[in-house]
Design a protein around this ligand. Structure first.
Ligand code: ZN
Length: 380
């Protein structure tokens, strides 16, 4: 079946203005595994837009060759609201101007609504029950409150993703190597994704916290079991991951093409597209999120990074100097920031003037770090 492209209008936020989403669909609903891919939910993170731009023609090719074996949904830009938020000439697309917060936090909890619908209705047959749970999730999403344009955007995206086998949420960091966040329940698939994408780092969480989009899609499958014992036979069906396509300005046709090829390789590996996968990397460094050191600025000031992205660092190594430019003696205004982990230095800020307490650098370590609290890892 050829690609179906749908334009979905969002609730008009003010007289005379309206935004819309575009959704590309391949394959047949309910046939084979379903993958959902969206770019730039954080609307100021654009490398995923470039990956999607190059992915769509590759999917069209696969479609023309009759190679699509599952269902593929691509939302080439997931947040037209955020992309339109400009202040002082810059897109400010991480937090909604309507006061509803970070676009990638506090996604709806599917479990509290789905559990009563499923109670007494499961058969014990995994295949049948997986479909019942998916139907319950869709039902819950369709009844979400939709008072605002942002509510509606959230409902539409979740409605497209909540019954998928794979959810790939494409983001980026400030300045970074490619890295992927996944839950430990899906470490194997996420490792393979990293190999396909040429991602040197895989960050594994037991519980990310904060209700990001990936977790809102994957965690209901195991959280349901906690409240509904009769669901205990269900596997963790939805592998939802956040792909950080490097840094904010790592945008080029070349990278977009490479990333799109990587995504195609993963879809082949998962039998969603016919053909042989072509991994771009053998070894991936896997780190628990609570073994990943996030370094904060001790003072406000100018940052001078002392290591290159991709370097292996040791506990105690100097990572950055934050300079208090108001210090009367400039040499006394230099504050050192040291790694507390042994591991790979993979992300830093794109700005060089920072506020006190801001997270400025990340090291993917191997040992669990006592100062890293589980469940609030994205913010800490
Ligand atoms: Zn993001």
């Amino acid at each position: 079946m050829p690609r179906q492209t749908e334009v979905i209008p969002l609730l008009s936020p003010s007289p005379g203005s309206q935004r819309e989403l575009i959704v590309h669909r391949y394959g047949e609903k309910g046939k084979g595994k379903k993958v959902y891919i969206q770019a730039a939910l954080h609307a100021d993170e654009w490398p995923g837009l470039m990956a999607a731009h190059h992915l769509i023609p590759l999917l069209d090719e696969a479609d023309a060759a009759g190679d699509i074996q599952g269902e593929i949904i691509v939302v080439p830009y997931a947040n037209p609201i955020g992309m339109a938020q400009r202040i002082n000439g810059k897109v400010a697309g991480r937090y909604s101007f309507d006061g509803s917060g970070n676009f990638n936090r506090n996604w709806a909890d599917l479990v509290s609504g789905a559990a009563p619908l499923l109670k007494g209705n499961l058969t014990g047959n995994v295949e049948e029950d997986v479909e019942k749970v998916r139907a319950a999730f869709r039902e819950v999403v369709s009844h979400q409150s939709c008072r605002t344009e942002v509510d509606e955007l959230r409902m539409i995206l979740m409605n497209l993703s909540c019954d998928a086998d794979f959810v790939l949420d494409l983001h980026c960091d400030g300045e970074a190597e490619l890295h992927v966040y996944a839950n430990q329940q899906h470490e194997d698939e996420a490792y393979a994704l990293c190999q396909d994408l040429d991602s040197p780092v895989l960050l594994i969480e037991t519980e990310a916290g904060g209700g990001p989009f990936d977790e809102a899609n994957s965690s209901p499958w195991w959280r349901l079991k906690e409240v509904l014992p009769e669901a205990s036979h269900l596997p963790p069906v939805c592998c939802a991951v956040t792909v950080e396509f490097r840094g904010l300005n790592d945008i080029s046709d070349e990278l977009g093409r490479k990333d799109a090829q990587g995504l195609i390789s993963f879809l082949r590996r998962m039998d969603i597209i016919a053909g042989k996968p072509a991994p771009q990397r053998n070894e991936v460094q896997v780190s628990f999120l609570h073994a990943t050191d996030v370094l904060h600025a001790p003072i406000g000031g100018l940052v001078s990074y002392q290591v290159e992205l991709g370097e292996q660092v040791k506990k105690g190594d100097l990572i950055a100097v934050v300079i208090d430019i108001a210090a009367q003696n400039p040499m006394e205004g230099r504050h050192e920031v040291h790694s507390r982990a042994n591991g790979r230095y993979f992300a830093q800020m794109s700005e060089r003037l920072v506020r006190p307490g801001e997270s400025i650098a990340k090291v993917a370590g191997q040992e669990i770090l006592a100062h890293r609290a589980e469940g609030n890892l994205l913010e800490a």
